[in-house]
Design a protein around this ligand. Structure first.
Ligand SMILES: Cc1ncc(COP(=O)(O)O)c(C=O)c1O
Length: 394
């Protein structure tokens, strides 16, 4: 690695409870190296360096279709799937194709900070739907749609993270998914489910996707290799109806640049074909489950009694709710001085003020002993940063 070239947002020697990155030690496995060498040394290596077919590398599409069919018990054809350059590419492309400047998009409150950024790049208005510990609240979604429709605003899209949500760690129940599908179909809303954490479940498999439950109607499902294999590969997939995938395949950037990352896609297809992905995912599930358990135990042991937190069943994140006299920015600042990096809640909200008493902890990148130490320090910092009530206000 080039000196000073730390991954985005990392800082030397601090306890990293801030970023939703995979553990760096899980990235360059011998199996991934072998897959790279296999592609480089294959007689037709040069074709992988040409512009790729628009829908994406066929061997990867076939692998992913088989995996999704097997795991989700649905019938899928290669025409239902397109290779993309990570979830970010998918969200950006769908916003480009299915929204217009000045239009409205619905998002969870809170939601993934960079999804807010990408969607705002398309000059849409973002409308927030409240969540609770079980995820997006369907009745709030319907209330918001009624309000918007009556004022002449017709949102075209709902962006949602149904499994092991970023930043809250929550997972939406199947009953809520059905209710949201009913509402979306009634109001003509496209559901875009960002399912990048699906494979990182600590219990049984994650619940059925929106795509599966809606029989593929009015839903795009986005997957990614970023949280399992490596984010630097920039590789993911988009699942949708045959017509909607064709619409994406026909879009300008795909036609101009060809399918996403053909060289990397060939390499990942080879890696998956050899059976390495399943083994790697099962290793990650145990690794991150141990870290989640350590984090939850440390929270239980050290946090003041007026701090609450979520209990994720997968993924990377725990969401903390602080008492009203503790401000997340101050906690973040003091924690940094003590060598602990955390995310303050504001950035995850369309209205940043809604997150001023929240923190997101990511346990994916820190060793168990550092998670424990980091949470102990954080608890002390939270106590220290309490604001005294103003005696003149009774
Ligand atoms: C919900 C969510 N979507 C998308 C991404 C980014 O995915 P990708 O690297 O595939 O673009 C992240 C990464 O933090 C995420 O948490």
């Amino acid at each position: 690695m080039i000196s000073n070239d730390l991954p985005q947002g990392m800082s030397q020697n601090a306890i990293p409870l801030k970023l939703g990155h995979p553990d760096p030690e899980t990235l360059l496995t011998p199996e991934l190296r072998n897959a790279m060498l296999h592609v480089i040394n294959s007689p037709d290596a040069y074709t992988t360096l040409q512009y790729g077919t628009e829908q994406g590398t066929r061997s990867l599409i076939d692998y992913l279709v088989g995996k999704i069919q097997r795991e989700q018990g649905i019938s899928l054809q290669p025409a239902n799937l397109m290779v993309i350059a990570g979830s970010t590419h998918g969200v950006d492309m769908l916003a480009r194709l299915y929204t217009r400047p000045g239009g409205a998009v619905l998002v969870e409150a809170p939601t993934y900070v960079d999804a807010i950024h990408v969607l705002l790049d398309h000059h849409v208005e973002l409308c927030s739907i409240p969540m609770d510990e079980h995820g997006l609240i369907p009745s709030e979604l319907e209330k918001q749609l009624v309000r918007l429709h009556s004022s002449g605003t017709f949102p075209s899209m709902l962006y949602t993270i149904p499994n092991f949500h970023n930043p809250t760690g929550s997972t939406l129940s199947e009953a809520r998914r059905f209710e949201i599908i009913r509402i979306a179909q009634h109001y003509g809303l496209l559901i875009v489910e960002d399912d990048v954490y699906r494979d990182l479940s600590f219990k049984s498999a994650a619940p059925a996707s929106f795509y599966a439950l809606a029989n593929g109607q009015q839903v795009f499902s986005i997957g990614s290799f970023s949280k399992t294999l490596a984010p630097g590969l920039r590789l993911g997939w988009l699942v949708g109806s045959e017509e909607s995938i064709q619409y994406c395949v026909n879009c300008g950037t795909t036609q101009m640049g060809g399918g996403a990352n053909p060289f990397v896609a060939h390499m990942v297809a080879e890696y998956c074909r050899s059976g390495s992905l399943e083994k790697h995912i099962s290793h990650l599930q145990s690794l991150y489950k141990i870290r989640r358990d350590v984090a939850l135990e440390a929270l239980e042991q050290y946090m003041p009694s007026d701090v609450n937190w979520t209990h994720p069943n997968g993924g990377f994140f725990i969401w903390l709710s602080l008492p009203v006299n503790v401000f997340a920015q101050e906690v973040k600042r003091l924690a940094l001085q003590e060598g602990v990096l955390v995310s303050a809640g504001e950035g995850f909200f369309v209205n940043p003020g809604d997150g001023e008493h929240n923190l997101r902890l990511a346990y994916s990148c820190a060793k168990p002993e550092d998670i424990e130490a980091g949470i102990r320090i954080l608890a002390q910092v939270i106590e220290k940063s309490r604001v005294e009530p103003n005696p003149r206000i009774s």
